[in-house]
Design a binder for this molecule. Structure first.
Ligand code: AMP
Ligand code: MG
Length: 341
């Protein structure tokens, strides 16, 4: 299959071309404000199955369904919890996915046997244009090969998906850079399953109590049943093994300096670039700029794959605000190999 790049900047039919491919049951790379997604008609099980094949995604890892208008939620979820309305009012359109009880129209391929579905209303205008033009909700996981860092540019999507999907809609680089926050409203209490662009503090400001799933902090074994199946897989990983060093940035930089041995990569804050003159250094923003860190982290992790480093050391923000999401992605890239100094 030839993967075509559709650029709305030069081609005013780009969105309609992408929408007609989706109507024909094909998979299209779609820009969102978080990361690029691999989109297919969420109501067509065969089309959704193509997403799993293109990504090599494990069959038990369900997909998020994207809508462009709040009222479409009633078609996907028979009993919308009141908390969902409050969260939508506060954060939609935006980087928040809510897990709610699913309606019968959601095929097995989307929900992977669960009786719930994740729903999001993205803020990216091209994503919403595409959903409206296709006329159906779009199931879309991140547009990377499973296990690799998520894709934040159309070029990255092409690198992972060339020949495997029908087209990519080029919307330029993504603004947020980490995937949506995932919260479940299908348990007794709301629970954060994946930190992202909407912070835990913001969720608590709307809902009061929000639990935090333990999969955010520790590695989960294959035998364990977790609330969000995706959280148990090694993820976001460059080819060389990564170790995260947490603590005061000055101390972590000095600790990493002492570990350097052989072809070494370092993922660090901008302020510490000069500490590692013999290493391949990728900076992911100032230690004080969490938004920049979120935008850069996947790009920088991917960059190590074009080098010959055999070991990567990473600095990491603390867990406040957007730091929880950035730290979670770096720890997952490291398979939770974390040193505290
Ligand atoms: P991705 O599609 O790569 O952004 O990953 C979506 C994340 O949401 C994964 O961690 C999934 O396991 C999780 N997810 C999607 N649907 C559900 C659901 N119905 N219940 C729990 N987690 C879900
Ligand atoms: Mg993903």
């Amino acid at each position: 299959m030839k993967t075509i790049m559709l650029s709305p900047q030069n081609d005013k039919n780009a969105v309609n071309t992408a929408a007609s491919l989706i109507k024909q049951g094909e998979v299209v790379g779609m820009p969102t404000e978080t990361v690029y997604g691999l989109a297919a008609n969420a109501l067509n099980g065969e089309a959704v199955a193509k997403i799993f094949r293109a990504k090599g995604r494990p069959q038990d890892n369900p997909l998020i369904v994207h809508i462009a208008d709040f009222d479409r939620i009633y078609e996907l979820c028979p009993a919308v919890p009141p908390q969902a309305k409050a969260l939508a009012k506060a954060f939609w359109p935006g980087p928040l996915t809510m897990i709610v009880p699913k309606g019968d129209c959601i095929p097995q391929e989307v929900s992977c046997g669960l009786d719930t579905v994740g729903i999001r209303l993205p803020a990216h205008p091209l994503a919403r244009d595409l959903i409206r033009a296709a006329g159906v909700p779009l199931a879309a996981p991140s547009a990377n090969t499973s296990g690799r860092p998520s894709t934040t540019t159309a070029e990255h999507v092409l690198r992972d998906m060339d020949g495997k999907i029908a087209a990519i809609l080029d919307g330029g680089p993504c603004g947020v850079g980490v995937e949506s926050t995932v919260i479940t409203l299908a348990l007794d209490k709301p629970r954060l399953l994946r930190p992202g662009g909407i912070t835990l503090e913001q969720l608590r400001a709307v809902l009061g109590e929000v639990e935090v799933d333990r999969a955010l902090y520790e590695k989960i074994g294959d035998e364990v049943r977790v609330s969000a199946p995706g959280m148990k897989y090694r993820h976001y990983a460059p080819k060389a093994p990564v170790t995260v060093v947490r603590g005061d940035p000055q101390r972590t930089a000095e600790y990493i300096q002492k570990q350097i041995n052989g072809p070494t990569g370092v993922l660090c804050f901008d302020e510490y670039r000069s500490y590692f003159p013999t290493c391949v250094v990728e900076c992911f923003g100032s230690q004080f700029d969490l938004a920049a860190q979120a935008r850069e982290v996947f790009d920088r992790l991917r960059a190590f794959d074009d080098t010959d480093v055999t070991r990567i050391w990473a600095q990491c923000p603390s867990d406040e605000g957007l730091g929880l999401a950035v730290a979670n992605r770096i720890k997952k890239a490291a398979g939770f190999s974390v040193v505290e100094v």
